[in-house]
Ligand binder design. Structure first.
Ligand SMILES: Cc1cc2nc3c(=O)[nH]c(=O)nc-3n(C[C@H](O)[C@H](O)[C@H](O)COP(=O)(O)O)c2cc1C
Length: 181
């Protein structure tokens, strides 16, 4: 469903109260490969007079490679029965396993960006990358570095922050009467 009523900050903010899980599913496609990873952080709002979704992806993720190539991504809001999908996509890399096939996830082509939408998710935001920023250590508070970028695999594994312009929103039929959006 394409309903531009939802492409404004107030409606996006309202939709956050609708999220059944704290996490979201970030889907990317490039060179004929599609992949899904769990994300815990996403911020919705308005930048440059456009509705945007900001996501943070560490350089080591397979998703990072795909997003760089595609210049686009989709953010999928899981429905309440997708807990196993969230766990699997947050603990396996697309480099090692085709997560979509392994989980039997139904996916369709996105409408406005190169990529896929996850059919069983309640909502999908289609995003075109319009900005990207590296979380350079010199730009971060010391306690942020300590809490998120030191020790083990985190060492030097910083995030790239992607600003995605939301160009399409699809709401799954069974969620269309939900009053919170
Ligand atoms: C609840 C949860 C939230 C996560 N949030 C993020 C995130 O915001 N950014 C990130 O780079 N990785 C995040 N991860 C880690 C990735 O989902 C995980 O490393 C995944 O296996 C990467 O898949 P990929 O290599 O196929 O891209 C999160 C994991 C979990 C379980």
């Amino acid at each position: 469903m394409n309903d531009n009523r939802f492409l404004n900050a107030a409606a996006i903010q309202k939709s956050l109260g609708f999220l059944p899980h704290p996490g979201l599913l970030l889907a990317t496609s490039a060179s004929g490969v599609s992949n899904v990873m769990t994300i815990g952080w996403a911020t919705f709002g308005v930048l440059w007079s456009r509705p945007v979704c900001l996501v943070m992806v560490r350089y080591t993720r397979y998703t990072y490679k795909l997003i760089e190539e595609a210049g686009a991504f989709t953010v999928n809001v899981p429905s309440p029965d997708m807990e196993r999908v969230m766990d699997f996509c947050g603990s396996h890399s697309g480099r090692d396993v085709d997560k979509i096939r392994e989980l039997g996830l139904a996916a369709s082509p996105a409408k406005m960006v190169p990529g896929i939408i996850l059919d069983d998710c309640a909502l999908t935001y289609e995003c075109r990358v319009v900005g990207q920023y590296d979380t350079l250590p010199k730009m971060l508070a010391e306690d942020v570095i300590t809490s998120h970028y030191t020790g083990g695999a985190k060492e030097a594994n910083y995030h790239r922050l992607y600003v995605g312009e939301i160009v399409h929103l699809r709401k799954k039929r069974q969620w269309q009467n939900t009053s919170t959006i």
